[in-house]
Ligand binder design. Sequence first.
Ligand SMILES: [Zn+2]
Length: 276
Amino acid sequence: MVNYLPMFVEKISYAVVAVVAGTMSLTVLLSCSGSVANTDFIGSSCSIASDQKGSFLGKVEMLPLEVVVDSSFSASQIEAVNTAAHKWNAAGKKFLGHPLFKTRTDVVPNKVRSVNPRDCSSEIGSSSEYYIVMETSLSRWKALGFNDHIPGATVRCERKKILIHQAVFINPEIIEDAQFMSVALHELGHSLGLDHSCADGDGGPDYVSCSKISRGHPYREAIMFPSLKIRSLKLETQTLVGIGDVSEIKENIRQNDYDRAECLYGSDPELSRLAQ
Ligand SMILES: [Zn+2]
């Protein structure tokens, strides 16, 4: 067995935004450790805007990606994950002629629930198959590095831009049931190799900062925007409960999500061949 230290570990989380009396109170987003601009992965025919050229992670080398959905989720949550996968698949069929995901429901091994997913040698999946884990234990959630403003996260181990393994964690107790599919769609996007539609923090010339994105902008509307507005935080104190607003729901892949996924895979002749 070959042991190695990961070159970097990506941790991408979906944060929720609490609304306080009509004013958005942005949570501090967990930043990626060692994020790199994966411009290598963008095909020459890709027409993505220059301020999103750096918004890619390591791509998946074999599609469809096998997704094992934790059987601990409720039937409606499992259905929501499957529906989310079908929506991404519809996009894949358009630009690649093939689905992007193949899902099945199964028991998640204890190992996957207990090890550190950022350890690239933990063997909790592979580059072609990963688990979507339900985690409602707040102590485990915190041990994973997530706070109670983070309903879902994709942890990826990459080595020199090559995906080693990944795992998705969703804590359905943090969001309203109606938002579950929005989170699933977002995390599935990460698992394909899409980073957020805009960067946390200052950003840069090839990856625009979310602070510069106005309301209604395609990057703001994208499934892959890093936060989701909520009416209330189920696990937070009452002081964070919003007044008179609604929880944001994004149940369809937006044009910007589609365009970026197409950038990663649409012009890859090798993938098209493998996907036959
Ligand atoms: Zn995210």
